[in-house]
Design a protein around this ligand. Structure first.
Ligand code: FRU
Length: 490
């Protein structure tokens, strides 16, 4: 279906009750609905927004177009949770209502101030000539969950030297001062991040552009996020326009970070190590982090890519969010681990230990469409070993280690319904290790694989048939000692 501009920019009130219930029914009938990931009831989800811990609960909003699987008029949809595992759908958090956000309440972030949660977001508007205007706006949520928008934007103007691609404020506080980074495009069409400061979250001062040593690195940097962890400064952002290079930057757009000394807010400089990708899978973009009540730095990303068709589109919905990951730093690198609370999902457990020697093996209980599984491989002389899951007559998804090239390889060539095949069906990353651990979270239409306790993560959507449930371990050109534990989910 081709969506006209008019259809894309319809407000939810413009849809009749009948249209909405038909859409809901269509979504409900989709065989790829997730079971333990945040997903939209209808329509399209993209970036996580306003991820925070407030008043004893986690709050998480996301970019939402309710009326179909396209990037149309964006709302903030609100979800909340006490444990990061079970999320409650609250409803629309911020709706486009005025001249400043008439064409979408775009991405932003949240921070607690004077007992309330301040939500800073980008008002996206288009004028009669379809020229984009960006405003940074504020909405305030009180203890009862009521959210009120401030009439006027808190940042009206784009500073000289930047285009209207100016969005996605991520706010934090240092001492008594609030700061926000904003993703921007310079007039010469290169991406960057700028910094503002404020004492009250309402009056903001433009501090300038953050100086990195990346030079011209893509044409736009979306969704920046700056935080400090273990004495380091980390700047996450999602650059657009980076060319593929060896095993890197294989997706349409990238998400990654630079890590180094803490940001010097006076000199606006960040001295840092090279850009590194956060995730090595097919579907990961625009992540956002927060610190929770226990001081953990937690990241959630959008499990999707802009401008790409997905098989669920036909059923009236698209995308989900990733599971929450706890971040730490080791060797100038972000280490990402699924948050401990996810163990709450574990039900029936199966465990095996075996040597796999130039063969494929299956085991009792190792079957399913939604599960968690940890596979430890050691003592290997095999050239290649790994696991195939969601295996059916003609389908399988493969995660394996190539011990000659020293690479982890995710292969979704035969995963089921194809997605974005023009960007390839295999993702690889270098890993030099004597022991290899794959920690998988498999949902109806996705997989998140944590490699060697979070050194790398591969996140991807997959669209297999419902009866593709098999799990097969294999080794080629030698043997490997395998220890695997699997948990079925509720
Ligand atoms: C990233 C992004 C943001 C923008 C939002 C709009 O996916 O393009 O830059 O705020 O999505 O939905």
């Amino acid at each position: 279906m081709i969506w006209t501009t008019e259809q894309r920019y319809r407000r939810i009130e413009e849809a009749s009750a009948e249209e909405l219930s038909e859409l809901r029914a269509k979504v409900k009938g989709c065989k790829w609905r997730q079971t333990f990931h945040i997903q939209p009831e209808t329509g399209l989800l993209n970036d996580p927004n306003g991820f925070s811990y407030f008043n004893g609960e986690y709050h998480l909003f996301y970019q939402w177009f309710p009326l179909g699987p396209v990037h149309g008029l964006k709302y903030w949809y609100h979800t909340k949770s006490k444990n990061l595992v079970h999320w409650e759908n609250v409803g629309i958090g911020i709706a486009p209502t005025n001249e400043y956000d008439s064409h979408g309440c775009y991405s932003g972030s949240a921070i607690e101030h004077e007992g309330k949660l301040y939500l800073l977001y980008t008002g996206n508007s288009r004028d009669r000539n379809w020229i984009r205007h960006s405003y940074q706006c504020l909405a305030i949520m009180d203890q009862t969950g009521k959210i009120e928008k401030r009439k006027e934007p808190v940042i009206h103007h784009i500073p000289n030297g930047y285009t209207n691609h100016f969005r996605d404020p991520k706010v934090w506080k240092e001492g008594k001062t609030f700061f926000t980074v904003i993703g921007a495009q310079r007039e010469n069409k290169t991406g960057c991040v700028v910094l503002y400061s404020s004492n009250d979250l309402i009056n903001w001062k433009f501090e300038g552009e953050i100086k990195t040593n990346l030079g011209a690195f893509g044409y736009m940097w979306e969704c920046p996020d700056y935080f400090e962890l273990q004495g380091y400064g980390v700047l996450i952002f999602s650059p657009q326009g980076i060319e593929p290079y060896e095993d890197h930057y294989q997706n349409l757009y990238q998400s990654g970070y630079i890590i180094g000394e803490k940001l010097d807010v006076e000199r606006l400089s960040l001295s840092h190590a090279p850009f590194q990708e956060i995730d090595r899978g097919f579907d990961f973009y625009a992540p956002q982090t927060m610190v929770d009540g226990n001081g953990r730095r937690i990241l959630i990303g959008w499990m999707g890519m802009p401008e790409i068709e997905y098989p669920t589109d036909k059923s009236g919905w698209a995308h989900c969010l990733t599971l929450p990951r706890e971040l730490t730093i080791s060797d100038n690198k972000l280490i990402q681990k699924p948050v401990k609370e996810l163990e709450l999902l574990r039900k029936q457990q199966y465990e095996i230990q075996d040597v796999i020697d130039q063969e494929k093996k299956m085991y009792n209980g190792f079957i399913g469409t939604t599960f968690e599984m940890i596979c430890d491989f050691e003592n290997f002389d095999a050239k290649e070993f790994g696991v195939e899951f969601r295996v059916g007559d003609c389908e399988k998804t493969i995660i394996k280690y190539d011990s000659i090239q020293k690479k982890v390889i995710l292969d979704r060539t035969f995963s089921g319904q194809p997605v974005a095949e023009e960007y390839g069906t295999v993702r690889k990353c270098f890993l030099d290790a004597a022991k290899v651990k794959f920690h998988l979270f498999v949902d109806t239409s996705s997989v998140e694989i944590f490699i060697n306790d979070g050194e790398e993560v591969f996140t991807s959507r997959i669209f297999p048939q419902e009866d593709s449930k098999g799990i097969r371990f294999f080794a080629e050109g030698g043997k490997v000692l395998l220890h695997a534990t699997k948990w079925d989910f509720e």
